[in-house]
Design a protein around this ligand. Structure first.
Ligand code: PLP
Length: 498
């Protein structure tokens, strides 16, 4: 009799990771099993990938990234097409999910903007614009508009507690979406515009275009730490309390500023679109109130990101970008008709959904430990050469992942065992995959592939236990290079003081 699973857990065999052909949405689009049973991605066999990029390593399928970016951009473009009575639509990639200059160039080239959350993310976005506008792109640029770093209309900057310098930098580059998060930030923006007028960077009557981040009170998403729109939290300005209306009025009244739009981000890893429909109502009603109070109708609304993805075979296939865009367009059309308002330009900021599924993390199995749990139940602990320093999400959010043996197909008839894939850090919560069924013949030296690690993996990496942070390789058309080189001991020591 094969060992049982612990009481209360899913039946043995039900947690085997889906093969790429079973659940294509879970894996990079070019990933498949090669004739020898090992994975192939971006036209490169696993052996080729690992020869240039040893484990632990993240591997990003660049064709998939460009394809997903193009799909989001065109879905918003088409569903909000002005000839259909709409006022245009855009998708901004939320760079905090994972950003390098090459990633920024890729998504800009496919027609997305980039929403940034810090000074350095903004600088990376600007660097990508500079390279694209000098013709250093790796491919055709879908839309030349907004590629001028001095008129960076396709970049955004958001975040609570922005400093004067951050706001001034965003205004100096005329980013399309500068999202103010408080009444204080309105004052900082107005004063930055006065300085820019004084130095001549702005014309004497030029205004700074800003958006206002709303707290809509809508709670959506899988986990407390990533559900951002309920009232008791650090982001945004409350609609319900009247504070948002007051801040919008202050922006309209400020001679230095123009109220470009209203911004809402209701949470993350959302697969039920009802929350977004509700947010559309709250945002458009406030837009209506602002218009009644000031005479100014905001030309744009930004509905933020949060579109979920599948991480394991138990997760449903998420709504497609086309379905998301159509749902939002229907909601915007209906609410505007009800209010008698002109339809605004609508933008969204998907991050996870653009980059998450494009990337796998490859780990080598470095240790195996079988634990007897009584009543015949067993768990196989699988140690790998990475962990919480390259993926904090299981520890931070209880996030579920899965893992597939990447270097071979399991021998036919091999039984599964209930396994837990764990990292090598000094922390018992250092889990990579909490529950997964792996073949009983798993051995030290096997390579595991964890899917959907492109978002909030490397971007949240740390040096805990002085692990060097792993590299991120790109693969495409049989070629391979680094998006981020693996960190070295020298990189760590270089930052030490005396
Ligand atoms: C995090 C964030 C996003 C992206 O969220 P995803 O869940 O990755 O789509 C978009 N906009 C804002 C303001 C955010 O904070």
């Amino acid at each position: 009799m094969s060992p049982a699973v612990p009481v209360g857990e899913a039946p043995l065999g039900s947690l085997v990771a889906p093969e790429p052909d079973e659940r294509p949405d879970l894996w990079p689009s070019t990933l498949r099993r090669g004739a020898d049973g090992a994975l192939v991605v971006g036209g490169r066999s696993l052996t080729e990938v690992l020869a240039d990029a040893p484990t632990p390593v993240l591997v990003l399928d660049e064709d998939d990234l460009r394809g997903r970016a193009a799909t989001w951009a065109s879905a918003m473009f088409e569903e909000f097409w002005p000839d259909y009575g709409m006022a245009g639509g855009d998708a901004y990639y939320a760079g905090k999910a994972f950003l390098t200059t090459r990633v920024a160039r890729d998504v800009l080239a496919e027609g997305m903007g980039i929403d940034t959350a810090s000074r350095v993310e903004l600088a990376v976005g600007l660097r990508a614009l500079e390279q694209l506008s000098r013709g250093e792109a790796t491919g055709d640029v879908a839309d030349e508009q907004g590629l001028d770093p001095a008129h960076a209309t396709r970049l955004g900057l958001h975040g609570n507690g922005k400093t004067e310098d951050e706001i001034a930098a965003a205004l100096a580059h005329r980013v399309g979406h500068l999202v103010l998060d408080s009444a204080d930030e309105v004052d900082l923006a107005a004063s930055a515009v006065r300085s820019l007028r004084e130095t001549g960077e702005y014309a004497p009557d030029e205004t700074g275009s800003v958006m206002v981040r709303l707290t809509t009170g809508i709670h959506a998403g899988g986990h407390e730490y990533i559900a951002t729109a309920h009232e008791d939290q650090k982001f945004g300005i409350s609609v319900a309390s009247g504070a948002a209306l007051a801040v919008c009025r202050a922006v309209v009244d400020a001679p230095e500023l123009a109220l470009h739009g209203l911004h809402s981000h209701i949470g993350s890893q959302i697969t039920d679109l009802a929350g977004f429909r509700e947010a559309v109502g709250v945002v458009l009603r406030l837009r209506h109130e602002v218009a009644q109070a000031t005479g100014w109708t905001c030309p744009e609304i930004d509905l933020g990101g949060g579109y979920g993805i599948a991480y394991t075979g138990s997760d449903p296939v998420p709504p497609s970008p086309q379905h998301v865009a159509r749902t939002l367009a229907d909601a915007v059309r209906a609410v505007c008709a009800e209010l008698g308002d002109a339809v605004p330009h609508v933008s969204i900021e998907p991050g996870r959904n653009v980059v998450g599924p494009t990337t796998i993390t490859l780990y080598t199995v470095t240790g195996l430990k079988r634990v007897d749990l009584g009543d015949g139940a067993r768990r196989l602990y699988v140690s790998v050469d990475g962990g919480m320093s390259d993926n904090i999400r299981p520890a931070l959010y209880d996030a579920a992942y899965t893992a597939l043996v990447a270097n071979r197909r399991p021998a036919p008839g091999t039984a599964p065992v209930r396994a837990r894939v764990v990292g090598k850090h000094c922390e018992s919560g250092d889990v990579v995959v909490r529950d997964v069924d792996l073949p009983a013949d798993l051995a030290v030296g096997d390579v595991l592939a964890v899917p959907a690690t492109g978002a909030y993996g490397r971007s949240m990496a740390s040096n805990y236990n002085l692990f060097t942070r792993p590299g991120v390789a790109w693969v495409s058309g049989g070629e391979q290079g680094w998006l981020i080189r693996p960190e070295t001991l020298e990189d760590i020591l270089r930052l030490e003081g005396e």
